[in-house]
Design a protein around this ligand. Structure first.
Ligand code: G3H
Ligand code: 13P
Ligand code: ZN
Length: 311
Protein backbone atom coordinates (compact mmCIF):
# COMPACT_ATOMS: atom_id res chain seq x y z
CA UNK A 1 0.00 0.00 0.00
CA UNK A 2 1.09 3.56 -0.69
CA UNK A 3 1.73 5.28 2.64
CA UNK A 4 3.48 8.28 4.16
CA UNK A 5 6.65 7.72 6.18
CA UNK A 6 4.99 8.66 9.48
CA UNK A 7 4.24 5.17 10.78
CA UNK A 8 7.39 3.65 9.19
CA UNK A 9 9.62 6.15 10.97
CA UNK A 10 7.94 5.77 14.33
CA UNK A 11 8.41 1.98 14.25
CA UNK A 12 11.96 2.34 12.92
CA UNK A 13 12.93 4.83 15.63
CA UNK A 14 11.53 2.66 18.39
CA UNK A 15 12.92 -0.54 16.88
CA UNK A 16 16.47 0.70 16.22
CA UNK A 17 16.42 0.18 12.47
CA UNK A 18 16.13 2.37 9.37
CA UNK A 19 14.10 2.36 6.17
CA UNK A 20 15.99 2.28 2.88
CA UNK A 21 15.21 5.15 0.53
CA UNK A 22 16.25 4.06 -2.94
CA UNK A 23 16.35 6.39 -5.95
CA UNK A 24 14.29 5.17 -8.88
CA UNK A 25 14.65 6.17 -12.52
CA UNK A 26 13.18 3.29 -14.51
CA UNK A 27 11.16 0.07 -14.37
CA UNK A 28 14.06 -2.29 -13.74
CA UNK A 29 15.26 -0.35 -10.70
CA UNK A 30 11.75 -0.28 -9.22
CA UNK A 31 11.37 -4.01 -9.84
CA UNK A 32 14.73 -4.90 -8.30
CA UNK A 33 14.07 -2.87 -5.14
CA UNK A 34 10.47 -3.94 -4.57
CA UNK A 35 11.12 -7.64 -5.27
CA UNK A 36 13.81 -7.64 -2.59
CA UNK A 37 11.71 -5.66 -0.09
CA UNK A 38 8.68 -7.86 -0.68
CA UNK A 39 10.61 -11.12 -0.20
CA UNK A 40 12.13 -9.79 3.02
CA UNK A 41 8.89 -8.22 4.27
CA UNK A 42 10.44 -4.79 4.55
CA UNK A 43 8.82 -1.37 4.19
CA UNK A 44 10.55 0.74 1.55
CA UNK A 45 10.81 4.33 0.30
CA UNK A 46 11.03 4.86 -3.46
CA UNK A 47 12.42 8.29 -4.15
CA UNK A 48 12.41 10.40 -7.27
CA UNK A 49 14.80 13.31 -7.84
CA UNK A 50 14.10 16.33 -10.00
CA UNK A 51 16.49 14.78 -12.53
CA UNK A 52 14.65 11.46 -12.45
CA UNK A 53 11.39 13.27 -13.13
CA UNK A 54 12.98 15.07 -16.06
CA UNK A 55 14.46 11.82 -17.39
CA UNK A 56 11.52 9.46 -17.03
CA UNK A 57 8.52 11.81 -16.70
CA UNK A 58 6.43 12.22 -13.53
CA UNK A 59 3.50 10.13 -14.78
CA UNK A 60 5.64 7.17 -15.88
CA UNK A 61 7.33 7.00 -12.49
CA UNK A 62 4.09 7.35 -10.51
CA UNK A 63 2.42 4.65 -12.63
CA UNK A 64 5.41 2.30 -12.23
CA UNK A 65 5.28 2.78 -8.47
CA UNK A 66 1.51 2.20 -8.55
CA UNK A 67 2.22 -1.08 -10.35
CA UNK A 68 4.53 -2.14 -7.51
CA UNK A 69 1.87 -1.13 -4.96
CA UNK A 70 -0.65 -3.30 -6.80
CA UNK A 71 1.73 -6.27 -6.98
CA UNK A 72 2.67 -6.04 -3.29
CA UNK A 73 -0.48 -4.79 -1.55
CA UNK A 74 0.76 -5.62 1.96
CA UNK A 75 4.09 -3.84 1.63
CA UNK A 76 4.20 -0.23 2.90
CA UNK A 77 5.70 1.87 0.08
CA UNK A 78 6.28 5.63 0.34
CA UNK A 79 6.75 7.68 -2.82
CA UNK A 80 9.10 10.55 -2.00
CA UNK A 81 10.52 13.58 -3.82
CA UNK A 82 14.30 13.67 -3.29
CA UNK A 83 15.94 17.12 -3.02
CA UNK A 84 12.99 19.29 -4.01
CA UNK A 85 14.44 22.75 -4.55
CA UNK A 86 11.30 24.88 -4.83
CA UNK A 87 7.74 25.17 -3.54
CA UNK A 88 6.45 24.66 -7.10
CA UNK A 89 8.29 21.35 -7.56
CA UNK A 90 7.09 20.10 -4.16
CA UNK A 91 3.52 21.21 -4.91
CA UNK A 92 3.56 19.44 -8.25
CA UNK A 93 4.60 16.17 -6.56
CA UNK A 94 2.10 16.61 -3.71
CA UNK A 95 -0.68 17.24 -6.24
CA UNK A 96 0.61 14.39 -8.39
CA UNK A 97 0.41 11.46 -5.98
CA UNK A 98 3.59 11.56 -3.87
CA UNK A 99 3.18 10.79 -0.16
CA UNK A 100 6.35 12.54 0.98
CA UNK A 101 8.52 15.40 -0.28
CA UNK A 102 11.90 16.80 0.59
CA UNK A 103 12.42 20.55 0.46
CA UNK A 104 16.16 21.08 0.43
CA UNK A 105 17.05 24.70 1.13
CA UNK A 106 20.17 23.74 3.07
CA UNK A 107 22.37 25.93 0.88
CA UNK A 108 20.34 29.04 1.83
CA UNK A 109 20.50 31.07 5.06
CA UNK A 110 18.86 29.63 8.19
CA UNK A 111 16.01 32.16 7.89
CA UNK A 112 15.38 31.43 4.19
CA UNK A 113 15.52 27.70 4.91
CA UNK A 114 12.94 28.09 7.71
CA UNK A 115 10.60 30.27 5.61
CA UNK A 116 10.72 28.10 2.50
CA UNK A 117 10.40 24.84 4.41
CA UNK A 118 7.47 26.16 6.44
CA UNK A 119 5.57 27.06 3.27
CA UNK A 120 6.01 23.55 1.85
CA UNK A 121 5.05 21.95 5.18
CA UNK A 122 1.81 23.94 5.36
CA UNK A 123 0.77 22.89 1.85
CA UNK A 124 1.92 19.28 2.29
CA UNK A 125 0.21 18.74 5.65
CA UNK A 126 -3.03 20.18 4.30
CA UNK A 127 -2.85 17.43 1.66
CA UNK A 128 -1.82 14.52 3.92
CA UNK A 129 1.81 14.54 2.75
CA UNK A 130 4.90 14.56 5.00
CA UNK A 131 8.02 16.71 4.58
CA UNK A 132 11.75 16.08 4.97
CA UNK A 133 13.95 19.16 5.38
CA UNK A 134 17.74 19.60 5.58
CA UNK A 135 20.14 21.53 7.81
CA UNK A 136 23.85 21.51 6.94
CA UNK A 137 25.31 20.81 3.48
CA UNK A 138 26.88 17.65 2.15
CA UNK A 139 29.83 17.60 -0.22
CA UNK A 140 29.26 16.10 -3.66
CA UNK A 141 26.59 16.44 -6.30
CA UNK A 142 22.90 17.00 -5.60
CA UNK A 143 21.14 17.29 -8.92
CA UNK A 144 22.71 20.40 -10.47
CA UNK A 145 24.27 21.70 -7.24
CA UNK A 146 27.91 20.77 -6.82
CA UNK A 147 29.32 21.35 -3.34
CA UNK A 148 33.13 21.27 -3.35
CA UNK A 149 34.95 19.10 -0.86
CA UNK A 150 35.97 21.15 2.14
CA UNK A 151 33.06 23.56 1.54
CA UNK A 152 30.45 21.33 3.15
CA UNK A 153 29.34 22.21 6.65
CA UNK A 154 28.34 19.77 9.34
CA UNK A 155 24.96 20.35 10.91
CA UNK A 156 25.13 22.62 13.94
CA UNK A 157 23.16 20.76 16.64
CA UNK A 158 22.30 23.99 18.45
CA UNK A 159 20.08 25.01 15.51
CA UNK A 160 17.95 21.89 15.09
CA UNK A 161 15.38 22.49 17.84
CA UNK A 162 14.47 25.94 16.59
CA UNK A 163 14.40 24.71 12.98
CA UNK A 164 12.09 21.78 13.66
CA UNK A 165 9.84 23.81 15.91
CA UNK A 166 9.53 26.73 13.47
CA UNK A 167 9.05 24.63 10.31
CA UNK A 168 7.01 21.72 11.72
CA UNK A 169 8.81 19.38 9.29
CA UNK A 170 8.42 15.62 9.78
CA UNK A 171 12.03 14.47 9.40
CA UNK A 172 15.42 16.14 9.15
CA UNK A 173 18.44 15.38 6.96
CA UNK A 174 21.69 16.29 8.68
CA UNK A 175 25.30 16.46 7.55
CA UNK A 176 27.64 14.24 9.59
CA UNK A 177 30.29 13.43 7.00
CA UNK A 178 28.44 11.58 4.26
CA UNK A 179 28.45 12.95 0.70
CA UNK A 180 26.73 12.23 -2.58
CA UNK A 181 28.25 10.16 -5.38
CA UNK A 182 30.83 7.38 -5.59
CA UNK A 183 33.89 9.31 -4.34
CA UNK A 184 33.12 10.07 -0.73
CA UNK A 185 36.48 9.74 0.99
CA UNK A 186 40.08 10.19 -0.10
CA UNK A 187 42.07 6.95 -0.54
CA UNK A 188 44.32 6.35 2.44
CA UNK A 189 42.04 8.26 4.83
CA UNK A 190 39.78 6.54 7.34
CA UNK A 191 36.10 7.16 6.62
CA UNK A 192 34.43 8.22 9.85
CA UNK A 193 30.97 9.65 10.37
CA UNK A 194 30.51 12.26 13.13
CA UNK A 195 28.43 10.26 15.59
CA UNK A 196 29.03 12.95 18.20
CA UNK A 197 26.95 15.36 16.08
CA UNK A 198 24.23 12.76 15.52
CA UNK A 199 23.99 12.07 19.23
CA UNK A 200 23.90 15.75 20.12
CA UNK A 201 21.13 16.32 17.56
CA UNK A 202 19.09 13.41 18.94
CA UNK A 203 19.45 14.73 22.49
CA UNK A 204 17.96 18.02 21.42
CA UNK A 205 15.07 16.55 19.41
CA UNK A 206 14.42 13.15 20.99
CA UNK A 207 12.12 10.83 19.03
CA UNK A 208 12.52 12.90 15.85
CA UNK A 209 13.44 10.93 12.67
CA UNK A 210 16.84 11.78 11.21
CA UNK A 211 17.77 11.17 7.56
CA UNK A 212 21.17 10.32 6.09
CA UNK A 213 21.86 11.37 2.52
CA UNK A 214 24.91 10.24 0.60
CA UNK A 215 24.82 6.89 2.36
CA UNK A 216 25.92 4.51 -0.38
CA UNK A 217 28.69 2.17 0.66
CA UNK A 218 30.13 1.89 -2.88
CA UNK A 219 30.67 -1.91 -2.77
CA UNK A 220 34.16 -2.67 -4.01
CA UNK A 221 32.96 -5.74 -5.93
CA UNK A 222 30.95 -3.43 -8.19
CA UNK A 223 33.81 -0.95 -8.53
CA UNK A 224 36.12 -3.82 -9.53
CA UNK A 225 33.56 -5.07 -12.03
CA UNK A 226 33.24 -1.62 -13.60
CA UNK A 227 37.02 -1.26 -13.84
CA UNK A 228 37.61 -4.81 -15.07
CA UNK A 229 35.17 -4.43 -17.93
CA UNK A 230 36.27 -1.18 -19.51
CA UNK A 231 35.21 1.43 -16.94
CA UNK A 232 37.43 3.90 -15.14
CA UNK A 233 36.40 4.67 -11.58
CA UNK A 234 39.61 4.74 -9.58
CA UNK A 235 39.35 5.45 -5.85
CA UNK A 236 35.57 5.16 -5.60
CA UNK A 237 35.00 4.87 -1.84
CA UNK A 238 31.77 4.85 0.18
CA UNK A 239 30.49 4.88 3.76
CA UNK A 240 31.47 1.75 5.73
CA UNK A 241 28.38 -0.38 6.27
CA UNK A 242 29.04 -0.94 9.96
CA UNK A 243 28.79 2.82 10.50
CA UNK A 244 25.47 2.93 8.66
CA UNK A 245 24.22 0.02 10.80
CA UNK A 246 25.20 1.95 13.91
CA UNK A 247 23.42 5.09 12.64
CA UNK A 248 20.28 2.98 12.05
CA UNK A 249 20.40 1.80 15.67
CA UNK A 250 20.42 5.43 16.78
CA UNK A 251 17.96 8.08 15.55
CA UNK A 252 18.54 7.63 11.79
CA UNK A 253 15.27 6.33 10.31
CA UNK A 254 15.93 6.88 6.57
CA UNK A 255 19.10 5.95 4.70
CA UNK A 256 19.40 7.20 1.09
CA UNK A 257 20.97 4.97 -1.51
CA UNK A 258 21.44 5.87 -5.16
CA UNK A 259 25.08 5.42 -6.17
CA UNK A 260 25.09 1.73 -5.16
CA UNK A 261 22.17 1.13 -7.54
CA UNK A 262 24.03 2.86 -10.35
CA UNK A 263 27.16 0.80 -9.67
CA UNK A 264 25.23 -2.47 -9.50
CA UNK A 265 23.63 -1.80 -12.87
CA UNK A 266 26.67 -0.34 -14.62
CA UNK A 267 29.06 -3.07 -13.43
CA UNK A 268 26.73 -5.81 -14.56
CA UNK A 269 25.86 -4.22 -17.89
CA UNK A 270 29.56 -3.69 -18.67
CA UNK A 271 30.29 -7.31 -17.75
CA UNK A 272 27.40 -8.57 -19.86
CA UNK A 273 28.55 -6.69 -22.95
CA UNK A 274 32.15 -7.81 -22.49
CA UNK A 275 31.02 -11.43 -22.29
CA UNK A 276 28.37 -11.20 -25.03
CA UNK A 277 29.67 -8.74 -27.63
CA UNK A 278 27.11 -9.91 -30.19
CA UNK A 279 24.01 -9.37 -28.01
CA UNK A 280 21.88 -6.29 -28.52
CA UNK A 281 18.55 -7.07 -26.83
CA UNK A 282 18.08 -4.69 -23.83
CA UNK A 283 16.10 -7.39 -22.03
CA UNK A 284 19.20 -9.58 -22.02
CA UNK A 285 21.61 -7.07 -20.51
CA UNK A 286 19.09 -5.43 -18.17
CA UNK A 287 18.16 -8.76 -16.62
CA UNK A 288 21.42 -9.32 -14.69
CA UNK A 289 21.52 -5.60 -13.86
CA UNK A 290 18.04 -5.82 -12.31
CA UNK A 291 19.00 -9.00 -10.45
CA UNK A 292 22.09 -7.24 -9.06
CA UNK A 293 19.95 -4.34 -7.80
CA UNK A 294 17.67 -6.85 -6.09
CA UNK A 295 20.59 -8.68 -4.45
CA UNK A 296 22.22 -5.44 -3.32
CA UNK A 297 18.95 -4.12 -1.83
CA UNK A 298 18.33 -7.45 -0.06
CA UNK A 299 21.78 -7.21 1.50
CA UNK A 300 21.11 -3.63 2.68
CA UNK A 301 17.76 -4.60 4.20
CA UNK A 302 19.18 -7.62 6.05
CA UNK A 303 22.65 -6.46 7.05
CA UNK A 304 22.62 -2.66 7.12
CA UNK A 305 19.13 -1.23 7.60
CA UNK A 306 17.72 -4.01 9.77
CA UNK A 307 14.25 -3.55 8.24
CA UNK A 308 13.50 -7.20 7.30
CA UNK A 309 10.31 -8.69 8.77
CA UNK A 310 9.02 -5.31 9.92
CA UNK A 311 5.73 -5.39 7.99
O1 G3H B 1 21.21 13.19 -4.23
C1 G3H B 1 21.05 13.00 -5.42
C2 G3H B 1 20.58 11.67 -5.89
O2 G3H B 1 21.63 10.75 -5.97
C3 G3H B 1 19.83 11.83 -7.18
O3 G3H B 1 20.69 12.04 -8.22
O4 G3H B 1 19.82 14.11 -9.30
O5 G3H B 1 21.30 12.52 -10.55
O6 G3H B 1 18.93 11.90 -10.00
P1 G3H B 1 20.16 12.68 -9.60
P1 13P C 1 24.49 8.29 -2.63
O1 13P C 1 25.12 9.08 -3.74
O2 13P C 1 25.46 8.03 -1.54
O3 13P C 1 23.82 7.05 -3.11
O4 13P C 1 23.34 9.22 -1.97
C1 13P C 1 22.05 9.26 -2.50
C2 13P C 1 21.22 10.33 -1.90
O5 13P C 1 21.50 10.89 -0.87
C3 13P C 1 19.99 10.68 -2.62
O6 13P C 1 19.37 11.79 -2.07
ZN1 ZN D 1 20.64 13.23 -1.22
Amino acid sequence: MLVTTKEMFKKAYDGGYAIGAFNVNNMEIIQGITEAASELKSPVILQVSKGAREYANHTYLVKLVEAAVKLYPDMPIALHLDHGDSFELCKSCIDGGFTSVMIDLSSKSFEENVEGTKKVVEYAHAHGVVVEAELGTLAGIEDEVVVEEGKQSYTDPSMVEEFVQKTNCDSLAIAIGTSHGAYKFKPGTKPQLRFDILEEVSKRIPGFPIVLHGASSVPQDFVKMVNEFGGHMPDAIGVPEDQLRHAAELSVCKINIDSDIRLAMTGNIRKYFAEHPDHFDPRQYLKPARAAVKEMVAHKIKDVLGSANKI
